[in-house]
Every structure is written in structure tokens, then in C-alpha cells.
Design a protein around this ligand. Sequence first.
Ligand code: ATP
Length: 238
Amino acid sequence: MTALLTIESLQAHYGKIAALKGISLQVNQGEIVALLGSNGAGKSTTLKAISGIVRPTSGEIALAGKSLVGCAPHQIVEAGVIHVPEGRRIFAGLTVRENLELGGFTKRREKAAVKEGIEQAFALFPRLQERSQQLGGTLSGGEQQMLAICRALMARPKLLMLDEPSMGLAPIIVQEIMNIIKEINRQGTTILLIEQNAKAALKLAHRGYVMETGRIVMENTADVLRTDDSIVKAYLGA
Ligand code: ATP
């Protein structure tokens, strides 16, 4: 297995508060890895550190062996790491198509390539194609989440990081989003997924890490985590 993302002994602070107390994890090429844990465990901070929004106090973050520590967020995007933050943040006043065009815009991208990217995105998300001229802000919560994921894909990420894509969505829509995440992975994108909905996440992830107050307290294959008594009790609502 080839490591795509490697994190070693990562620490991060907000002022004096330690949000990450030395975590190590790895995401291999082609995997879906779930990052689980209760509120405030440090999951979002981990993604923010990877994408350069939060500066680590110490430790290492590397993509395919190249350090990302100290890189600016736009350089990390250019390296192929795309972060879909919690709460989606699409452009409410722009149409679906315009939102996607913005996601595809980079210094080097040709117009034709952006158009092709949008066609591919629409193949994956037919519901968005039907709504290509609709304003982002008028989409349902599930459709907005699809748009946020779709916009991230426009950048052709090597690593796609999703922060709670199921947040606030009805169970049937959660299932739809999870199926799409699985399909994106099947088409070759490596995924790091934060989920409160551990049950749904462990159904599609290959492996998972459990965080508690800034540390990783457990790591295993999704199959093992799904049946682990303490996980079941703490996160799977048994
Ligand atoms: P949630 O599921 O609630 O989003 P999380 O596991 O993603 O939780 P983080 O958002 O990473 O947790 O937060 C980790 C810790 O850092 C928490 O104690 C949180 O209160 C704190 N924290 C997060 N952001 C800030 C900030 N901007 N300033 C100060 N403290 C912060």
C-alpha cells in the first residue's frame, strides 16, 4: 500500500488550548478513511491543519512524501488536497453551474477542461444537472452538500477531505450522499471523511481512526471498528 497522506506527532493549539496533542495517521492511495469522535475531539482541526488554515505547533504532514507544513492554503490546493468544510459554504447568489465553474478555475486550467469537468460532475450528480441554472441558495440542504462536493471535484483532487457531509440531512439523503462518496472513491479519489454518523461512515470506509480530546485512541479496519463494543456504545447508539 502506498501512503498518500502521512501525519506524524501533529500538535496544534488555539492560544494556550491544545486541540491536537500529537496525532499520527495515514491515508493510503485509494482508501476512504473515517475520522470519528465526539464533539471537540479535534477532527475539524486535523483537516484545517492539513489544508493550511491552522498552523501546527509541531509535527509533520506530508502528501506523497512532500511536506505540507508551512505551505499556504492555495499551495496545498495546488498540491491536490481539497477540503469541503462543515456547513458547505456554496455561493448562494450564483447558479449551480457558476458555482462549479469557480471550483474548476485555476491558473492553468483551460476553458474546455472546465466544461468537461462540469459534464463529468453532472454525470455523477444528475440532480444538479437538472438544476444547473438554479441559484445555489435555493437548493435543498442535500443538494447544497452535493454541490459543495461536486465543486471540490472540479479541482481533480488527489485527496478529498469531507467534514461532516451528512450534517443536518434526512437519513435517505445521507444514504444518497454516502453512495456518491463511495462512487467518487471507486473512480479513483482518495478520501478522508469526518462523520458524527459513525454507522454510515464505517459502512463505506476502509479504515477508521477514533479521536478523543486531541488524541487518537483507536485505529482499525472499518469492519473491526463496526463491531468493537466500546465504539458501538460510544458512537453507534447501541
Ligand atoms: P465537532 O465535531 O464539534 O466539530 P471536532 O472534533 O471537529 O468537533 P474541533 O473543531 O477540531 O473538534 O475542536 C477541537 C478543540 O479545539 C475544541 O475544544 C474546540 O473548542 C477548540 N477550538 C476549535 N476551534 C477553535 C478556535 N477557533 N478557537 C479556540 N478554540 C477552538
